[in-house]
Design a protein around this ligand. Structure first.
Ligand SMILES: [Zn+2]
Length: 393
């Protein structure tokens, strides 16, 4: 057993991380001969669901564990459970990570490790740092404290400033093969093999998404609704209606995913304010009073809600793009397995009624919509434009 067991289909990355943990252990032991020193800044890249943050947390545990990441000792449990004193995990929940937050992170990262090994900072979604916030981080990466380690996660190297990425050791993760994802669902989550195979294929290598599709009936229904869109584009009116339904569904899904957590946080805040103690941890700043704290929480929750509905919409668009790729696969007769094999009949009907050129334009329309939504175009406007483009082909 090891802390890297959860990395599916990433043998090359695991080999690099295992070697790094061994080298770091020699540094801790005082033997710096022939270790090539320790890399203080790492960048984990890969598509969503490939396991970037799993890899970063795994390395954090391997650096702190006396056994280089055994996966079962108290230290490994603390790191993976988010309670180790020398590992800070930053998860930007809103649309971006602010410069104040980054300054707090840098200040914390400069401290000496309590347990005497490494002071590790994991920043998930480091691509959500605006340039001015990234510049605040740069110094901590340029001149790291002797025992400081910074682990950044982002979809690709291009998502970070060249000044930052050039100082990081890169760990690229790949999209795990569907068979490897299905195997994990069966072995670790106890999913039936046929359901695991379906979910792994439909999720296109996104492990979290595959797990949700396999376990959650709602997730499967939502997917079916999204993939019904290509069949509801007869007139302009119905295309616009389909666009609205897609955006509404993404918002509803995001609402379901964030609702409980929002309520818990509000309860916790009012308890804290009533009790006069806030028990603040690493990321929070002390509230300037009840009203200020509540306002700050509302701002944070709104930002997180916007992010969650954009993410839900993005997942829907990824599914839709894959549907048209299936159509193209059938039109070109390449024999590549379909992503949405359960919708082969629908894909085949559209494949026969249209041309590959039109399908390519439709794929472009879906991908253009993704880019527009990520670039802050109002989701409904972007999806309406896409639906009209899909209709005209
Ligand atoms: Zn351990």
């Amino acid at each position: 057993m090891s802390v890297f067991d959860d990395l599916v289909g990433q043998e090359a990355a695991v080999a690099v991380l295992t070697a790094a943990a061994a080298s770091a252990a020699r540094v801790v032991a005082g033997d710096t001969e022939g270790t090539g020193g320790m890399t203080h800044a790492w960048l984990f890249t890969g598509p969503p669901g490939s396991g970037r943050s799993v890899a970063a947390r795994g390395l954090a545990a391997a650096l702190q564990c006396p056994d280089q990441g055994c996966g079962h000792c108290a230290v490994c449990h603390q790191v993976l459970g988010g309670t180790h004193a020398d590992v800070a995990v930053v998860v930007p929940e809103g649309l971006s990570l602010g410069v104040e937050e980054v300054r707090r992170i840098v200040g914390h990262a400069a401290r000496s490790p309590v347990a005497g090994r490494w002071q590790v900072t994991v920043i998930e979604d480091a691509d959500r740092m605006p340039d001015y916030a990234a510049n605040a981080l740069l110094k901590a990466i340029e001149e790291p404290p002797p025992r400081g380690v910074m682990l950044l996660c982002a979809p690709s190297v291009e998502d970070l400033l060249p000044t930052i990425r050039s100082r990081c050791r890169l760990v690229p993760l790949r999209t795990p093969p569907a068979a490897a994802v299905a195997e994990v669902l069966v072995r670790r989550d106890g999913v039936d093999p046929p359901m695991a195979a379906f979910a792994a294929q439909a999720a296109q290598g996104h492990i979290g998404r595959a797990r949700r599709l396999a376990r959650d009936e709602n997730a499967r229904t939502e997917r079916q609704d999204v993939l019904a869109l290509p069949r509801s584009l007869q007139g302009v009116g119905s295309a616009l209606q389909a666009a609205k339904e897609l955006v509404d569904a993404a918002q509803a899904e995001a609402g379901r995913l964030t609702k409980d957590r929002d309520a818990d946080e509000r309860d916790a805040l009012s308890t804290a304010l009533g009790g006069g103690a806030t028990g603040k941890g690493y990321t929070g700043s002390a509230p300037r009073g009840g009203a200020g704290a509540l306002k700050e929480l509302e701002r944070k929750q709104k930002s997180r809600g916007t992010r969650a509905s954009r993410d839900a919409l993005d997942r829907a668009l990824v599914d839709l793009a894959a549907f048209y790729r299936d159509v193209l696969t059938l039109q070109l007769g390449t024999g590549t397995p379909l992503v949405h094999g359960d919708l082969a009949t629908q894909a085949s009907t559209i494949a026969q009624a249209t041309t590959p050129e039109a399908t390519l334009r439709r794929i472009e329309a879906v991908l253009g919509c993704r880019t527009a939504v990520e670039g802050n175009v109002a989701p409904l406007l972007a999806v309406e434009a896409m639906a009209l483009a899909l209709r005209s082909g």
